[in-house]
Design a protein around this ligand. Structure first.
Ligand code: NAP
Length: 407
């Protein structure tokens, strides 16, 4: 089986995550160690326009940079002090308040997304914060002080990030809940809509159900009138799953998953939203009902290995699928960008109406406490890989701007 994360030449993937920007890590040799304050930058009105309206933007900032390819995030990534990047004509400079952690942050640091991208490059897929600078054409849609979320610009794990204005998602305020929708929510929404073919009364199994994307798969399957089963590793997560409508949470650390599925769902499950891989994927295939659909969302149980894939016994897979007229379908968010706008606006509306729970885990219950500051991203990644998170893992990069009038 080839590694589906090796998307050499995939334009969509490159557009989403593989981009290195001018003013990003390319500027490393010119690092100025001391943080100097600069109040207004006016670099050539002929090419672009920046208006900081008196806000004080430092000349340098901290940023997480992948300096060595490795699935071990701590080994791969270094905190660097680099110049604050300058936005181009159609770009925004965003002061990041919160950034989202994704299971694939370690696939990215291992170079599995785009093998042509060589270190050093910026880590992190998504952030939310305030616009503090912008180019002239970007100013037709944005102004300094706007709140914006974004994903895909390979470099969110930084105090400031430059993003193309067209990739910004305007948000009413800087709530970390909005950050849960950009990748985790959108993945569940679009994957189930486009590949799930959910029908009222069907049974849906969601693995890693209490995590970033799993929580949304549970809620969307429930909204479609399905009976939802969700796997998780603790009673606390099982309680959370109940609270968001999951009919049958299965805490696999105290209940045997295979036995439970066999006993309680003898006809099998119609749809699986599968994120774990390896033996869980095998079990999910074996648990499919006739005409069942298994959506491959990820295989986190293999990400920390050198190959990135957990062992999977696929020899009899064609027989199993044929005998049940079942199918396995892969889903990768960047391939569904055409669905993205509708997905986001629909989820925003549900959230505004109180119809969607966007659970955020900022590490308040973590041993060393809440994830605050860029350096705590390392702890946040470890926390996710220890299976500790309930909801989407989010790091608070910076406190709110003290004096809004300065923006
Ligand atoms: N295809 C796409 O476009 C796309 C987009 C976003 C995410 N994803 C995939 O969705 C999955 C979840 O990603 P996420 O960012 O939302 O993470 P997450 O679900 O918030 O966190 C990971 C969870 O996975 C569970 N898990 C099960 N086995 C694990 C293992 N061996 N090691 C670590 N965790 C394990 C843990 O929950 P329990 O302990 O409760 O089992 C853990 O809390 C990943 O496979 C990711 O690659 C895919």
């Amino acid at each position: 089986m080839s590694n589906p994360l090796l998307l050499r030449g995939s334009r969509a993937a490159a557009a989403l995550i593989g981009r290195r920007r001018a003013g990003g890590t390319d500027g490393l040799p010119g690092v100025r160690p001391a943080v100097q304050r600069r109040f207004i930058i006016d670099t050539s009105y002929s090419t672009h326009f920046m208006d900081f309206k008196g806000s004080s933007i430092p000349s340098s900032m901290k940023k997480l940079v992948v300096t060595k390819l490795s699935q071990d995030f701590r080994e791969a990534v270094t905190v660097r002090t680099v110049p604050v990047p300058t936005p181009g004509d159609a770009e925004l400079l965003v002061r990041n308040r919160f950034v989202g952690i994704n299971a694939s942050d370690i696939n990215y640091s291992a170079g599995r997304y785009d093998p042509s991208v060589k270190p050093p490059f910026g880590a992190g897929f998504e952030g939310i914060g305030e616009v503090v600078g912008l180019g002239l054409s970007a100013s037709s849609r944005y102004t300094v002080g706007d709140t914006v979320a974004y994903f895909g610009s390979g470099g969110a794990f930084a105090e400031y990030t430059v993003i193309p204005a067209k990739e910004g998602v305007p948000v009413p305020c800087v709530k970390p809940e909005f950050l849960t929708l950009l990748v985790s929510g959108a993945t569940a929404y679009i994957a189930l809509k486009r590949l799930g073919d959910l029908a009222n009364g069907e049974t849906v199994l969601v693995t890693a159900a209490a995590g970033g994307t799993g929580q949304f798969a549970v809620q969307f399957a429930k909204r479609a009138g399905c009976h939802v089963i969700g796997t998780c590793s603790s009673d606390e997560k099982a309680g959370f799953l109940k609270s968001i409508g999951c009919d049958r949470p299965i805490n696999y650390s105290t209940e045997d998953l295979a036995k439970t599925l066999r006993k309680e769902y003898p006809k099998g499950v119609d749809v699986v939203y599968e994120s774990v891989g390896g033996s869980v994927l095998e079990l999910a295939v074996n648990s499919l009902a006739n005409k069942g659909r298994l959506i491959v969302i990820g295989f986190i149980s293999g990400y920390q290995t050198a190959s990135g894939i957990a062992p999977f016994k696929g020899g009899t897979l064609p027989v199993k699928l044929l005998q049940k007229s079942a199918s396995m379908r892969g889903f990768f968010l960047p391939h569904f960008i055409g669905d993205y706008k509708e997905a986001l606006s629909s989820m925003m509306q549900m959230f505004a109406k109180g119809e969607l729970v966007c659970e955020v885990d900022c590490g308040d219950m973590a041993e060393e406490g809440r994830f605050v500051g860029l350096e705590s991203i390392f702890r946040a990644v470890d926390y996710m890989y220890a299976g500790r998170n309930l909801g989407k893992v989010v790091v608070e990069v910076a406190p709110p701007t003290a004096d809004k009038s300065k923006l």
